[in-house]
Design a protein around this ligand. Structure first.
Ligand code: ATP
Ligand code: PRP
Length: 216
């Protein structure tokens, strides 16, 4: 019988890796070396038919959509911003939980006038403000959005909030939740067909692992 190509799972360093590895371990999958400290971008596992691909968080959807990886783990924020029509997203892993929020100076009203809003989530923000009939001026940033109102460059930001500590430390407050966020397992559409049995088995194992983790 021909040996089939290993399945590849795209993960990003940091939170997603930290919170996905325990789920994988529950499925009996252990990386051959520590992906957090390794400089390798492809890391084998104890299972010959599964390897990990280490990519930037925002690059998980394109890697999976275009077949660079069979599966991946990505935040719902990243998927909403990228557009997930080209992917299957069969499972909420319940990890990296946070909220995508509008934030600004405490007590300010972002629904009045023409607010200037800084964010890296430009597509989500455009849709959100348009749906509310607010004509916002959007400023695309790549990080540290909290700084923009402090230097008078923007009135509001759209960013991820967990404890609220980063907002507070910068004199800002959460104003409205746009979306509850957690990370999802995404699957390449062709892989779902071609490697259906193996992909399905991994999805089912991970679903069990999520249940077990959540019942702790
Ligand atoms: P990059 O480093 O490539 O710019 P990133 O900084 O967005 O990406 P992470 O900070 O690891 O990468 O975030 C990965 C995902 O974790 C996000 O897409 C989001 O879904 C979730 N997340 C981000 N910040 C938090 C947080 N403070 N608490 C919980 N989950 C978070
Ligand atoms: C994320 C997000 C906020 C912070 C919110 O940044 O962009 O800045 O977490 O978390 P909190 O509400 O618990 O303070 P992250 O820590 O991922 O840093 P980053 O700028 O590298 O993405």
């Amino acid at each position: 019988m021909p040996i089939s190509r290993p399945l590849t799972l795209a993960l990003s360093k940091g939170r997603i890796l930290e919170e996905t590895l325990p789920l994988l371990e529950r499925c009996g999958v252990v990386p051959e070396e520590d992906p957090e400290s390794s400089r390798r971008l492809i890391i084998g596992t104890n299972r010959q038919d599964l390897r990990l691909l280490i990519v930037r968080a925002t690059d998980v959807p394109p890697y999976v959509e275009h077949g660079g990886a069979d599966l991946g783990v990505a935040g719902r924020d990243v998927l909403m911003e990228y557009g997930s029509e080209g992917l299957y997203d069969p499972l909420d892993l319940g990890i990296a939980r946070c909220r995508l929020m509008v934030a600004g100076r405490p007590g300010t009203d972002f629904t009045r006038g023409r607010p200037r809003v800084a964010t890296k989530f430009i597509n989500i923000t455009r849709r959100y403000f348009a749906a509310r009939g607010i004509q916002a001026e959007l400023i695309k940033l790549y990080g540290s959005m909290e700084l923009a109102p402090l230097v008078g460059m923007a009135d509001f930001i759209v960013d991820l909030v967990d404890t609220g500590g980063t907002l507070r430390a910068n004199g800002l407050a959460p104003l409205e939740t746009i979306e509850e966020i957690s990370s999802r397992l995404v699957v390449n559409k062709a892989s779902m067909k071609i490697s259906h049995r193996r992909v399905r088995a991994l999805v089912d194992d991970l679903a069990e692992a999520v249940k077990a983790q959540e019942s702790l």
